[in-house]
Design a protein around this ligand. Sequence first.
Ligand code: NAD
Length: 494
Amino acid sequence: MNTLSDVAIPEFGNWINGREEPLQNPMDSLNPYTQKVWARVNDGTVEDVDRAVKAARDAFENGPWSKMTATQRAELLRRLGDIIKRDAEELARIESTDNGKLYKEMLGQWQYLPEWFYYNAGLADKLQGDVIPSDRPNFMIYTRHEPIGVVGAITPWNSPGLLLIFKLAAGLAAGCTFVVKPSEHTPVSTIALARRIHEAGFPPGVFNVVNGQGSIGAALVSHPGVDKIAFTGATETGKRIAAEAAKNLTRVSLELGGKSPNIVFNDADLDVAANGAVAGIFAATGQTCMAGSRLLVQEDIHDAFVEKLVAKARTIRLGNPMDPSTEMGPCANVPQLNKVLEYISIAKQDGAKLACGGGVDPELGGLFVQPTIFTDVDNRMRIAREEVFGPILSVIRFKDEADAVRIANDTRFGLAAAVWTQNIHRGHRVAHQLRAGTVWINAYRVISFAAPFGGFGESGLGRENGMDAIREFTETKSVYVELSGAPRDPFKLG
Ligand code: NAD
């Protein structure tokens, strides 16, 4: 096993049954900033998936994990949280090198992620059932929330560590075991996490990682030994996964794409709102599921607000993601860059007006796209309906509150939304009408381990985070206990 510091190109094997396997079939991982190979992982096979699922099944049914109490599992979760806290800088460096997001953003994420383990450790031994007030005097009925079993977790490239831990912390607290298939574009941080899970003392087979292409994810979805698929990624992939999982009635939770509306009313603090609009679309190079990619601006402040925003967008510093003064990094990979550039031309063809940006940055080149703003966007245009996942903002005018809500909800997605207003009544009133899983009032892009996260409509199925997420990793069982000991009529129900 190599470490980042002792070889030029570090290698990371699959992690199966408590052991990092030697690299059989190397697959390169590129640094989007340098566009050079910086690490090699194993390009997994269907046979690897099968071995990993068997290891997870065995750990779930027979291994020491299956005999642990929830309190003992919680202790391991807390230890893992401590190790991640200790190693946050190293994990952030890996993530930033793999996906091109700013080191300072990745560091913030990894420093915050231990809280997911602490919070779910606290919940693990409070997952209690109920004693049901029974309508049958000679029966006591109670419920148990039992772990669902083996979870196949499939993650995207934008924040692989965060999006895995959303699933992992709750699933481990519930008593599940995992086989993870990270994105082929960002495979490294999940293996780095596996090493730390091992160090924390989780028994072999509880956490397994098989790297590889989408076909490896598909093999995991169709594997009969998997009880639940927890997926984060594109809506179209999510639909394919749901259809495939249905063949075995494998449970699914899906965290998918978005086209989130960021609504600025004429009574907002326009400087604060402009800052929020920038955070919504240009932070993380727009490569976040909750990007505020549709900016709805009330018509009487439209021109002044756009002017403010364009001035801000033009000052955004692009550069090396490791440099603390950089504000926007590159696109994460070549297919993503091509998709972003294609949508810029689609927007132009459909009649949107380019206010700033509009292509690859002339100085930096490579995968760097300029912060781009389109005005005169009609909500029916493709740039307003389809997820781009890049630094492209569509500005849409609205007349009044009803018009804003109508345009905001006119989408197949429903992941997030924001309202900017200084009128407290309007803020809540509009928030209640928006069809989205998360709504911010006078803020954007804030998350918490304690608040449920997920989408309406085609943005997903199920919720991660918060008190209820642990339930998504359980099955509920009702137990009936006969109290009289007398024989019952075998031909009568109940
Ligand atoms: P993607 O759907 O292309 O890939 C996600 C993962 O699925 C990868 O690991 C990939 O290898 C795997 N995969 C591909 N085809 C598969 C198949 N047929 N069966 C099983 N697995 C398969 O997504 P991406 O491009 O990596 O990520 C960007 C997308 O993720 C965007 O749409 C974004 O909105 C979404 N996303 C959603 C959230 C959320 O929480 N709602 C968070 C981040 C990203």
